[in-house]
Ligand binder design. Structure first.
Ligand code: GRF
Length: 226
């Protein structure tokens, strides 16, 4: 059982790297079939190429209209047999039609405890607001920004006087743990949407569960190795 993934990115691709690393280790039953970027200079494209992944560029220069861009991306993803889409720092909204094209199997990651602090300045705004706890969220995407049923969240305590950059790094370290975990659950068919909420179906082997995942608050529980 190996889920074929399409990864959408616009930036550095550290989450792509984390997913690829877990796949390589055999902890994540998935394969990265195509990496798509809307930005020609995205460092994530370099990472993808150096790992030998197929890449596809759908720039706004080539596709000024969202509809055209999405149609081209869907076609490219389908050509590569993609079954689920992982948005990893993709800086654009996708439409309902895009999400339906993949049967709703479109995930996103965001560096805040949603529904707080949506948008591109989430970590800075949370730090400026003076929150004591922040974190990261993986959720099913819908057509709204940083919105949709939550799959997993991980929290960090914000240190007094901490710079936003430092907080962002600590949150990213959590992202690199929870995104592979969320994708593994998706691959195992364990993410059940029930009245707009995500329920985690029982693990195939209950013994693999490790709910004491470490010092951070992680819900609903990372499994061994993540
Ligand atoms: C992550 O912080 C993610 O939460 C946000 O964009 C960033 C992408 O980072 N959506 P990277 O490109 O995976 O390094």
């Amino acid at each position: 059982m190996s889920l074929k993934l399409g990864v959408l990115l616009s930036g550095s691709g550290s989450n792509l790297e984390a997913l690829a690393g877990r796949i390589e280790e055999g902890a994540l039953e998935a394969e990265i079939a195509l990496v798509v970027s809307d930005r020609p200079g995205a460092y994530g494209l370099n990472r993808a190429k150096s790992r030998g992944f197929a890449t596809y560029l759908a720039s706004s220069k080539e596709f000024p209209e969202r509809g055209d861009r999405e149609r081209a991306i869907i076609e490219a993803l389908r050509e590569h047999g993609v079954e689920a889409v992982v948005m990893a720092g993709y800086m654009r909204l996708v439409s309902g039609g895009f999400i339906r094209a993949f049967g709703g199997r479109v995930l996103n990651i965001h560096p805040s405890l949603l529904p707080g602090f949506k948008g591109t300045r989430a970590v800075k705004e949370a730090a400026e607001y003076g929150v004591r706890v922040s974190g990261a969220t993986v959720h099913f995407a819908d057509e709204h920004m940083d919105h949709g049923p939550v799959v997993i969240q991980a929290a960090v305590a914000v240190h007094p006087g901490e710079e936003a950059m430092e907080l962002a790094d600590r949150i990213q370290a959590l992202e690199h743990r929870i995104y592979p975990q969320a994708v593994q659950w998706l691959s195992q068919g364990r993410l059940i949407l029930d009245q707009g909420l995500v329920r985690l179906a029982d693990a195939p082997t209950a013994a693999a569960l490790d709910t004491e995942a470490g010092p951070c608050l992680v819900s609903p529980g990372l499994e061994q190795g993540f």
